[in-house]
Ligand binder design. Structure first.
Ligand code: CP
Length: 346
């Protein structure tokens, strides 16, 4: 009785209760991400993803964390499914936590060794995906230096395959954005009373773009973009943020400070002076942190450049939640993989 079994599957607790409109930000909903039932089929971007979808992912992640010990509960949700990690760019946190998340969900996991793969012989991205799809990959987690690569894959892949963007170029890092939202909700509870400052290289930061979309969708009343003029994306104000070109003013009274990584290869170029001067002008020190709200939290997606964007005593200090972000990333990535895998074919 296929209809009955479909109904039963749809009544599982992991079924996303999604709407197709983002009424919070008026951003268009990406038609590739949500199927006709409003379920998350792929996760490509947080731009346009409705508030209830984001909240549903965060709630699902919370259910996967043991309320007493804070550990992750092992789950059979992806038993019999295959997760392929395709990292065309380096990663420590995202790649490892996706792998751990898939294993906690009882999936079979394959990390494709890109430097040893046929990509090096000129095989195209889509041919690689079609090859893995023929091996019955169910979920592909893709990090790629080119913005839009996961979208291209989602447009052309087999219907049974689910694509999760693990960071594409400067464009988006949606699971980082989601784990950042999980972390903020864990420590601050209510998004609607917060001032959140994003500080540093906003121009090249896919994390900043994903965070801004999520924060504005979740109703944060003041999202601040705090950066040198050379590292400010054009038209930033359109996304509902307040722009500051002084860190002292930008962190004043903030409840959450999200420091962004400076890409060292950009130092001494047209965008930035040397590291020491950058730290003097833009680094988060204990004195600058003292300007924020007394219970402010300090976040950073990692990897951290100590002494460039943040002083070690702050990165390791009592207000830092950087390692909590990493820990929550496992549950958030488990939630995303469970949800996409539970979605129905259109
Ligand atoms: N935050 C982040 O994406 O870190 P990795 O590059 O180590 O995955």
């Amino acid at each position: 009785m296929p209809q009955r079994s479909a109904m039963l599957r749809r009544s599982t607790p992991l079924r996303p209760a999604l709407s197709c409109n983002n009424s919070s930000t008026n951003m268009p909903v990406n038609p590739l991400q949500l199927n006709a039932h409003g379920e998350l089929k792929h996760l490509l971007t947080l731009e346009g993803l409705p508030r209830e979808s984001i909240t549903h992912i965060l709630d699902t992640a919370r259910q996967l964390i043991d309320a007493r010990g804070g550990g992750i509960k092992k789950s059979p949700l992806l038993r019999g499914k295959s997760v392929f990690n395709l990292f065309f760019e380096h990663s420590t946190r995202t790649r490892s936590t996706f792998e751990m998340a898939a294993k906690y969900l009882s999936a079979d996991v394959l990390n494709l060794d890109i430097p040893a793969s046929s990509t090096q012989k000129g095989e195209s991205l889509l041919d690689t995906i079609h090859t893995l799809s023929a091996m019955r990959a169910d979920v592909c987690v893709v990090r790629h230096p080119r913005s839009g690569a996961p979208f291209l894959i989602a447009q052309h892949c087999a219907p049974h395959l689910h694509i999760i963007n693990a960071g594409d170029g400067w464009h988006a890092h949606p699971t980082q954005g989601l784990l950042d939202m999980y972390t903020i909700r864990y420590y601050k509870r209510d998004f609607t009373r917060l001032t959140v400052a994003l500080v540093g290289d906003l121009l090249h930061s896919r994390v900043a773009r994903s965070d801004i979309h999520a924060l504005t969708t979740l109703g944060v009343p003041e999202v601040r973009a705090v950066c040198p003029r050379t590292l400010r994306p054009a038209g930033l104000e359109r996304f509902g943020v307040r722009v500051f070109d002084s860190i002292d003013e930008g962190v004043q009274g903030a409840d959450v400070i999200i420091m962004l990584r400076i890409q060292r290869e950009r130092m001494n170029g047209p965008f930035l002076p040397d590291a020491r001067e950058y730290f003097r002008n833009w680094g988060l020190t204990p004195e600058r942190l003292a300007r924020a709200a007394p219970d402010a939290i300090v976040m950073h997606p990692g990897p951290v450049n100590r002494g460039v964007e943040i002083e070690s005593s702050v990165a390791d200090g009592a207000q830092s939640v950087i390692l909590s972000q990493v820990r929550f990333g496992i549950a958030v990535r488990m939630a995303v993989m469970s949800l996409v895998a539970a979605s129905h074919d259109d």
